[in-house]
Design a protein around this ligand. Structure first.
Ligand code: AMP
Ligand code: GLY
Length: 415
């Protein structure tokens, strides 16, 4: 089977690595990929946001299966174009990807499906902002109603800061979503979906804030671990029953069946799991830890999801133990990352590339805000943390920063 992966981050590095371990995969391509992915897949350059260009590439490269990593191309209809060209595609249609592309659409679907989530109001007129804000608090949640790569959200007890963020979004012409605050630990549950059947993967937790102890601004994600030793044993079943399956059924009812990876971002509140958001693709960096533990061959699994056959697929097989990933970010990330710094010491198993490229002189240099995602595995979270941080210690990138507390509380049983 010839498999073409679309994207260029550490998530796509994890996907290509896992696909390369599947004996059914005879050729692996990645567009556009990065310096790390080049070791496992043929790198191909194309405009991944152009549906016609990706479909053309899939045809000319004779792909049997296309796997789309990021949300941008999905929201723009790349999966639709690939399927229209007669090629099997793992990834939702543009219509189903609205579950991530529009937070207002997601709220509407969740309401119709009776799924627990935060109370929300959309504000598109600055004159209505103060009155709307008065219905929220004492902790304010202000979001951009559109794709913002996890960085469009401000959660703050400071009314002035909430108002300022909302005003800057409105000034830029973006409607604002105000939400009630959901308390409790967060979890990410990734589910394979074939339009109808839902197959959950291991739950994971990611770390969105840039600094230790969840300080500083939100980022795309600074680290993750799986599984969750502190979670109740029936968490996954409960979330599939009360949250994921109803949303999958509602999307099908609306004529926009979801095929691909549906990501439920959850707050585990004292009233039970509530939905923070849905994403229409694998999460980054959680994918790096979830796929590290998955032993089931991935190409067969993705094909089953893409062709409506998940109900017939054998049960998933998981490795024992735990995985932890630590993201190494560039100087200035998330506000203004600096690129083109030389990276050294990255030559170990489990060092996944996010924003990297190989320079003409052969050096690997930073090429994005999140540069590497370093994965460690072990018999438990303590061992997995040690393995990850030992690799981090050998890596050098001028001005880089990383969190030192990824999975620490969970490893010490303090969560
Ligand atoms: P989102 O872009 O919707 O995933 O939000 C990014 C992050 O903001 C989430 O992972 C949460 O940490 C936080 N967040 C978003 N919505 C809420 C909410 N209603 N209550 C509490 N925290 C939230
Ligand atoms: N880890 C957060 C995301 O992928 O959106």
């Amino acid at each position: 089977m010839r498999v073409l992966v679309i994207g260029s981050g550490a998530r796509e590095h994890a996907l290509t690595l896992a696909l390369s371990r599947d004996p059914a995969v005879t050729a692996l391509g990645c567009a556009p990929g990065n310096a790390g992915i080049a070791a496992v897949a043929e790198l191909i350059s194309t405009d991944i946001t152009d549906p016609a260009a990706v479909a053309e590439l899939a045809k000319s490269w004779s792909a049997d299966l296309v796997v789309i990593g990021p949300e941008g191309p999905l929201v723009l209809g790349v999966a639709d174009a690939v399927r229209a060209a007669g090629i099997t595609c793992f990834g939702p249609s543009a219509a189903a990807a609205q579950i991530e592309g529009s937070k207002a659409f997601a709220k509407d679907v969740m309401t119709a499906a009776g799924v627990p989530t935060a109370r929300a109001e959309v504000v598109d007129n600055p004159a209505r902002l103060d009155e709307a804000l008065s219905r929220f608090g004492p902790i304010y949640v202000v979001k951009d109603d559109g794709l913002a790569a996890g960085k469009g959200v401000v959660v703050t007890p400071d009314l002035e800061a909430a108002r300022a963020h909302a005003c800057s979004l409105l000034d830029a012409g973006h409607p604002v979503l105000l939400e009630s605050y959901l308390d409790g630990p967060e979890a990410s549950l990734f589910c394979l979906v074939d339009g109808k059947t839902v197959v959950p993967l291991l739950p994971a937790q990611d770390f969105k804030r840039v600094g230790n102890d969840d300080s500083g601004p939100n980022t795309g994600g600074m680290g993750a671990y799986a599984p969750l030793p502190w979670a109740e044993p029936d968490l996954v079943d409960k979330v599939v029953k009360s949250i994921v399956q109803p949303v999958v059924d509602e999307l099908a009812r609306r004529g926009a069946p979801f095929t691909g990876l549906l990501y439920a971002g959850l707050a585990l509140t004292s009233d039970g799991p509530q939905t923070i958001e849905f994403n229409c693709r694998f999460g980054d960096p959680e994918t790096q830890v979830v796929l590290a533990l998955l032993n089931t061959p991935l190409a067969g699994l993705f094909t089953a999801a893409a062709t409506g056959k998940l109900a017939e697929h054998p049960e998933l097989e998981w490795a024992d133990g735990a995985a932890v990933t630590v993201v190494i970010a560039a100087d200035g990330y998330p506000a203004k990352p600096r690129i083109d710094d030389v990276i050294t010491g990255y030559d170990a198993d489990g060092v996944l590339h996010a924003g990297t490229r190989r320079r003409e002189d052969g050096a690997v240099v930073s090429n994005g805000g999140r540069v590497l995602s370093v994965v460690g595995q072990g018999e438990d979270l303590i061992a997995a943390r040690e393995a990850a941080y030992a690799k981090v210690a050998r890596i050098h990138l001028t001005g880089s920063h990383h969190r030192t507390d990824i999975a620490e509380k969970a490893a010490l049983g303090k969560l």
